[in-house]
Design a protein around this ligand. Structure first.
Ligand code: 5AD
Ligand code: SF4
Length: 493
């Protein structure tokens, strides 16, 4: 009988992709996925360490499995990813029943580690080098990833996929643990990326989202002095038959170059959507965060993006309650949200991370209740801005890629007629509409009828409906693939 694998993922899109790769490699070893941890022979947690809360969740999940592991000692329990790399042997001190601790840069070794636990019964640690422990090249090599081994069944949908174009980060913002847990910034070879996109297209994927912590810093240097920038890569990916939509996340404000903005404007398949976190609206706070720009620089960058890419949608991240954030500095973040016109903002309460400069140099001096209040206040301002943006879209027509059934809307029985579906526009707006389940994975034109701060509601524009011929038969045979999606808690970052 096939062995069973359970995997739970927290954190960012990088983690979702890593889990896809882990499942891909374990399926090749004969494992089958299960949604029930207690049924599994191997139980894996792919973890996040960007905020304390994400780590607490994992330690309590591990705690809940302690008794189960005592009763079934042959079951293998693994902690993967950022928290594994950050806490290392501490994971086993806090949860001694864990068999495998495997960092982000070592996931390719997982089948071997599982086999080793089975053979010896001994715990296995696989970690990349600490950034200060060796030369940059040695540390880089210890973080190598293994992207082409993919498993389409692990994707939230088979027609959308993440493609990693970079790993690591060299920015060292003072609050952030990512440079430690994901290692030095490294751009992937363009030909490997193109090959992977072609493979995805051959499997029926229509939208790719290129991933990098600072994706617009992508720069692959060839030995002869030539180099490939993100704009060059977008031009090459644009030529891939079958790929209809290209997105990229997350951008760093200082690296929003003219060639990139021109590429986004000129290439019709590239979505006019940018995620460019600002983090704070106060120059003093930005300086303590070591973000390397001022609010004025950021605002000028926003203006440049809007001038160069008509209709571009921009979203942002904010941290509230960073060390030394006064009411006056917070008010500057409120002013920025009120005026910047972000499509949406992800707002986080500062969580001190041991191992970062921020933790070493500054005191976490904003009380939790104040962080909570500032979080709510900033969100309320952003919601007002998002609502105004959404209301202005009523009456317009948009093209969405249909992602699936709406989770929030009222559910109908699909056999008796239309159901509530959701799709996303090129500007990353979510639209809920009624339609046939067979539209999932297709591009459909919708007329926007209603809006809330979070969602647009629309109706299918019949004449322009993609994939439906005059006699009503489907041009695409695409019945939605029944896929078993692992439990993913998003978005933590
Ligand atoms: N505390 C709170 N939020 C953080 N982020 C990164 N590090 C921290 C931290 N220590 C947020 C930033 C980043 C997003 C992915 O997570 O806003 O853009
Ligand atoms: Fe963290 Fe992003 Fe700063 Fe890199 S650029 S250190 S990932 S916040």
């Amino acid at each position: 009988m096939a062995k069973k694998l359970y995997i739970e993922t927290v954190g960012c899109q990088m983690n979702v992709l890593d889990s896809e790769l882990v499942v891909g490699s374990l399926r090749r070893q004969g494992y089958e996925l299960t949604q029930e941890p207690t049924e599994a022979d191997v139980i894996l947690f792919n973890t996040c360490s960007v905020r304390q809360h994400a780590e607490d969740k994992i330690y309590s999940a591990l705690g809940r499995l302690r008794y189960h592991k005592q009763r079934h000692p042959s079951k293998i329990l693994g902690v993967l990813g950022c928290m594994a790399q950050k806490d290392q042997a501490l994971v086993r001190r806090r949860a001694p029943h864990v068999d495998i601790v495997c960092g982000t840069g070592q996931l390719a070794r997982l089948p071997e580690l599982i086999a080793e636990v089975e053979r010896t019964g001994k715990p296995q640690l696989a970690l990349s080098l600490d950034r200060k422990a060796a030369s940059r090249t040695e540390v880089e090599q210890s973080f190598e990833s293994y992207d082409p081994l993919r498993d389409p069944s692990m994707r939230p949908s088979r027609f959308q996929a993440y493609v990693r174009i970079m790993i690591g980060c060299d920015k060292f913002c003072t609050y952030c643990i990512v440079p430690q847990v994901r290692g030095p910034e490294q751009s992937r070879r363009p030909d490997h990326i193109i090959w992977e996109v072609q493979q995805l297209a051959a499997e029926g994927c229509r939208e790719v989202t290129l991933l990098g912590q600072t994706v617009n810093s992508y720069n692959y240097r060839l030995g002869d002095g030539r180099h490939t920038r993100l704009s060059d890569l977008l031009i090459r990916i644009h030529d891939t038959p079958g790929i209809d939509r290209i997105k990229f996340i997350t951008s760093f404000p200082r690296d929003m170059s003219e060639d990139l903005l021109d590429a986004v404007r000129e290439l019709p398949k590239v979505s006019p959507y940018l995620h460019v976190p600002v983090q704070s609206g106060c120059n003093e706070v930005l300086k303590r965060m070591k973000r390397l720009y001022t609010v004025e620089y950021y605002q000028e960058m926003l203006a440049r993006c809007r001038e160069r890419i008509p209709g571009v949608a921009i979203s942002s991240d904010f941290i509230v309650g960073f060390c030394g954030e006064t009411e006056a500095s917070f008010a500057r973040s409120c002013d920025l949200v009120a005026t910047a016109g972000f499509k949406n903002s992800f707002i986080f309460k500062y969580s001190p991370r041991p191992g970062t400069k921020g933790h070493e140099l500054f005191t976490d001096d904003v009380p939790e209740e104040v962080k909570k209040r500032r979080n709510n206040d900033l969100l309320a301002i952003q919601n007002g801005v998002s609502l105004a943006d959404h209301l202005a879209r009523i009456g317009t027509k948009v093209e969405v890629l249909v992602e699936g059934r709406s989770k929030t809307a009222f559910k109908h029985d699909s056999s008796t007629g239309p159901i509530q579906l959701t799709g996303r526009t090129p500007t990353d707006h979510i639209v809920v509409f009624e339609g046939n389940e067979r539209l999932i994975g297709q591009f459909v034109t919708l007329a926007i009828r209603e809006a809330t701060a979070f969602t647009l509601f629309g109706d299918v524009v019949i004449e322009e409906q993609v994939g439906v011929e005059q006699n009503g038969s489907q041009r695409f045979p695409a019945a939605p693939l029944e896929i078993s999606v692992p439990r993913v808690s998003l978005p933590l970052i």
